[in-house]
Design a protein around this ligand. Structure first.
Ligand SMILES: *Cc1c(COP(=O)(O)O)cnc(C)c1O
Length: 412
């Protein structure tokens, strides 16, 4: 009887190996652990972020602008680095706005989205000149009122709740009710209202999904985004400066997944620009990406504290866990728990393998970083590295849960 081969992780070759250890930025992780002062820690590699952006620039038409969605990783040193390689930032809060503006990125290239923006956020964006992606008619009125009181003329774009969705499994269809954006059919009236209020209307923002590894799904969503933008633009009769068509580019996290091919997306975008560019008045077309730019560049590193065997199963108990990295534990929006790619970072050249589960110090069975992974036999003191940890890692985790110290973050 033939066994079906088990699906495996995409190769994680983005970091060099030096002296048998994984070495982001060329620095072996044991050395970086000493620099960090303590484990666990996160480390982000500039060279990998730069490579991701270069791959995008290579594959996509020159006319496409690249924005970084800061919520994927808001560490100031990361955002500062990316300010030099992307064309703009997208924000989801006032806190992110302060980080973004500190980098020197021009406010005209920064936009803020999100339902339920506070008065403080609307006023700060107006004062700074950051584009507000308006999410409802009431928000537009509140923005006009707050800014008008101070004599500011806010830059606004309308975030559209599209009448379609980025398909992930080939079965999802139809954009339904959403807390995000303004239903497409109500957008032209809202644009006219923005102009009537004498706000600085900049354009449209259409975001249809996240973490997609199927180029044909992204191609289809982008085609629909262009068609929708053109229809809304023509209906409103107002000229636009920018069209943000969202992102959704995924990275491989789980066994059986492979890296997203960019070429078909680039070719399709070139055709869409040819087809609709003039009708859109030559508006700048923007892609906003978070995890694609930073996800592959990050490692979460923790140390083995104890090695135990329970009824035949090896457990590597580490000082890191779900309180620092909720997504790797499988508790950040996953339906079925699967392992992130993981390595014993100081035993990269060892051939021997055993099945071991990597767990954290929290008293809950949810605190599982890898379930029966094939790893070189590890001992207390060894370093465990979780790959694909540069996006939605630390800031998407419940760091206060069980009151352990917060990990250090470093950029190399
Ligand atoms: C979160 C978010 C993004 C980034 O999504 P990624 O999957 O990290 O690329 C982009 N745009 C908006 C509006 C978002 O809310």
């Amino acid at each position: 009887m033939k066994e079906r081969p088990r699906p495996i992780h995409a190769p994680m070759e983005q970091f060099p190996v030096v002296d048998g250890s994984l070495a982001p930025g060329g620095i072996p992780l044991p050395r970086l652990a000493d620099r960090a002062g303590a484990t666990p820690f996160y480390v982000y590699d500039r060279a990998v972020m730069r490579r991701q952006v270069e791959a995008l620039r290579e594959a996509l038409p020159d006319a496409i602008s690249l924005h970084y969605a800061i919520k994927a990783n808001p560490m100031p040193a990361v955002v500062q680095f990316l300010a030099g390689v992307v064309d703009g930032f997208d924000l989801a809060s006032h806190g992110e706005m302060l980080v973004a503006l500190d980098t020197g990125m021009p406010p005209s290239e920064i936009s803020i989205a999100g339902p339920g923006k506070s008065d403080r956020e609307l006023l700060a964006a107006s004062a700074a000149g950051v584009i507000v992606n308006v999410e409802s008619p009431a928000e537009l009125e509140r923005l006009a009122e707050l800014a008008g009181r101070e004599g500011y003329r806010p830059r606004v774009a309308v975030r559209v709740n599209p009448d379609f969705e980025l398909k992930s499994s080939g079965m999802k269809m139809g954009g339904g009710p959403k807390p995000f954006g303004v239903d497409a059919e109500k957008v032209p009236a809202l644009i006219r209202r923005a102009v009537e209020l004498d706000l600085d209307y900049r354009g449209l923002h259409i975001f249809s999904g996240s973490q997609n590894l199927r180029p044909e799904a992204i191609v289809e969503a982008q085609q629909k985004s262009f068609e929708l933008a053109r229809r809304l633009h023509e209906e409103s009769g107002e000229s636009i400066v920018k069209l943000n068509i969202g992102g959704g580019f995924g990275i491989p996290y789980f066994p059986g997944e492979s890296r997203l091919p960019l070429a078909p997306i680039g070719e399709n975008l070139a055709e869409l620009l040819d087809l609709h560019g003039d009708a859109l008045g030559g508006a700048e077309v923007i892609l906003e990406l978070g995890r694609y730019i930073v996800g592959e560049a990050g490692l979460y590193v923790c140390r083995v504290v104890d090695r135990k065997v329970s009824r035949g199963q090896v457990f590597l108990v580490t000082d890191g866990g779900l309180h620092h990295h909720l997504a790797a534990s499988g508790n950040f929006g996953q339906v079925i728990r699967k392992n992130y790619p993981v390595a014993v970072a100081n035993r990269m050249e060892e051939e021997e393998r055993e099945s071991a589960s990597v767990v954290g110090p929290l008293c809950t069975p949810l605190d599982l970083l890898a379930d029966r992974a094939e790893l070189p036999p590890a001992r207390p003191g060894d370093l465990i590295a979780i790959f694909q940890s540069g996006a939605y890692g630390l800031t998407a985790s419940p760091t206060a849960f069980l009151s352990h110290p917060r990990p250090v973050e470093m950029v190399v």
